[in-house]
Design a protein around this ligand. Sequence first.
Ligand SMILES: Cc1cc2nc3c(=O)[nH]c(=O)nc-3n(C[C@H](O)[C@H](O)[C@H](O)COP(=O)(O)O)c2cc1C
Length: 367
Amino acid sequence: MPSSPFTTRFGLALPIVQGPMTGSDTPALAAAVSQAGGLGMLGCGMRSPAAMAEVAAEVRRRTDRPFGMNLFVQATPTPTPDEATVQAALQRLAPFYAEFGLVPERPARWCEDFGAQFEALVAARPAVASFTFGILSAAQVARLQATGSTVVGTATTVAEARAWAAVGADAVCASGMESGGHRGTFLSPGHEAPPPGGPSVDDFEASMLGTLTLVRQCVDALPSIPVIAAGGIMDGRGIAGALALGAQAVQMGTAFLTCPESGIGPAYRQALTQAGPTDTRTTRIFSGRPARGIVNTMMDGLRADERSVPPYPVQNALTGALRRAAAQAGRADHLSLWAGQGVAQVRPLPAAELMALLAQELQAASA
Ligand SMILES: Cc1cc2nc3c(=O)[nH]c(=O)nc-3n(C[C@H](O)[C@H](O)[C@H](O)COP(=O)(O)O)c2cc1C
């Protein structure tokens, strides 16, 4: 099986990282992937510090293999949106809430406090601490490294990959536009520092690079640190392709979503297994940050508002109760159905069986 400095560092039998998936991964999934020779991950973007400690302990009860944890880098304290923006957003969402007999409300808070989550991450000491949506300071990277964590930063452009290398990250996850879930973009193209109010809609569009293009650019730009390829990788051929570009491992999200160990409900699971090859699109309407998911009624209904909904975390918090109600009612038409462009290739197998199949396919593709 192909090995690399990244796989050797963690004793991985396979160059496979299970993508962190906030709201959809579980300790059972992460532990099963790590136990099968990959690197299981916990997406903690929306987990409280106490929940982060609990899930890390749960993975450790299930396996003694290394695993990783991931956070959304957010400004602290969370910026407060103006009332007019919030009211306009609530009005836009009212007809969708009405479907469930609900009225949208201003939430008590917009998101978890990143500072407190970061402290919980340092205390949890996972083998890998990975980040998206922003960048850490060199001092924060050094703090994590001092407790033994390997720091991985998500990049959607080669400039973002260089920025992570400049603050001392140990590896970069190069996330192509095929990827399921949110774009990690944090720089405006042509600028080296994150813009104060976060990237604009145009910045996100300019940073939509495909995995094939992005991975080779990052590998060439950063010869001294490992690049992990993410986006559209669903089988052994995809893994072999990413390794041929110079990636030291791959990060796969969508492929693991349909494992029985994932935390998703039946409506989402069914939508994933029924989706066709052209059924995903990126949208801001659920969370205010572009994210790729399966097109549904809600995405279509708010299409005209793609540019006007407030940025993450405000829109995300405002749609939270709606998405919970839709999940409870088993209604996929009002859920955020995050999935990558490879969704038509999902194989709903237990994680250990999927890992064994990926190993076989990778061997065949590398022969
Ligand atoms: C449901 C879902 C949730 C995700 N949540 C996160 C997250 O919390 N943090 C993160 O860095 N990436 C997140 N991602 C991205 C994955 O970790 C991974 O990089 C991506 O899924 C790779 O592309 P693929 O879906 O085509 O395999 C998420 C992806 C999905 C599908």
